[in-house]
Design a protein around this ligand. Sequence first.
Ligand code: PGA
Length: 246
Amino acid sequence: MANNIKYFIGNWKMFGVPKSIKILNKVNNFVRLDKKNSRNYKVVITPPFTILEAFSRYYKKKSITIGAQNCYHKDNFGSYTGAISPYMIKVSGAKYVIIGHSDNRADGDTDKILREKISFALNNNLKIIYCIGENKIEKAKKKTFSVLKKQLLRVLTKKSNSNNTIVAYEPIWSIGTGKTPTSNDLEKTVAFIKRIFKNSKVLYGGSVDGSSVINFKSLDDLDGFLIGGASKSSKKFIDIIKNYYR
Ligand code: PGA
């Protein structure tokens, strides 16, 4: 059922040069030959801007899909040194864009900026991977749900819907730390997000690897994973998919 498609999205962050295509070729071949399960999932990789166009073109008709890690909050062309607009991303051939990653929020992306990014990205028919998540202090103070609610309601636009936007729940305390939520907590959080943003797909991100993924296999309502560190190695990334379906 198309609705039950799971996503394995790799966020390369500041990693990747042209020869890194070797890593992706291994992932692409795995997906292509995974006759048993590949119709049930989709793999998206987000390399850096420097190789976005080349990789998007190369994988256009292959088994994996390419996305961007971020975009600027203005569209088309303009006098913004170093910036890449949603239009430029679309023309590069990328299909997805991550917006709201905690790295970028920490660098100054406000709700207003994120809303603009989403709006322009949707105008360019890019699919949004919208990241939300609480930090350690907010978690300790039991503010997780109120933080997530604000991040959803203040940023998603009228045009945002479950066809054009995937939510990635990435608690900041779990990113790159080896710590993950319990499956019970994650189940509740996914249900909460789906109550606020109706019918949305919700991914989990934060220290996902071949072993932590096993803890989340039983969560039917979880629609997949956003994977940082482990997506830089074809073996680690493939192990996540293998262990999920084992
Ligand atoms: P991690 O990163 O898998 O390395 O924890 C996840 C992310 O930042 O998207």
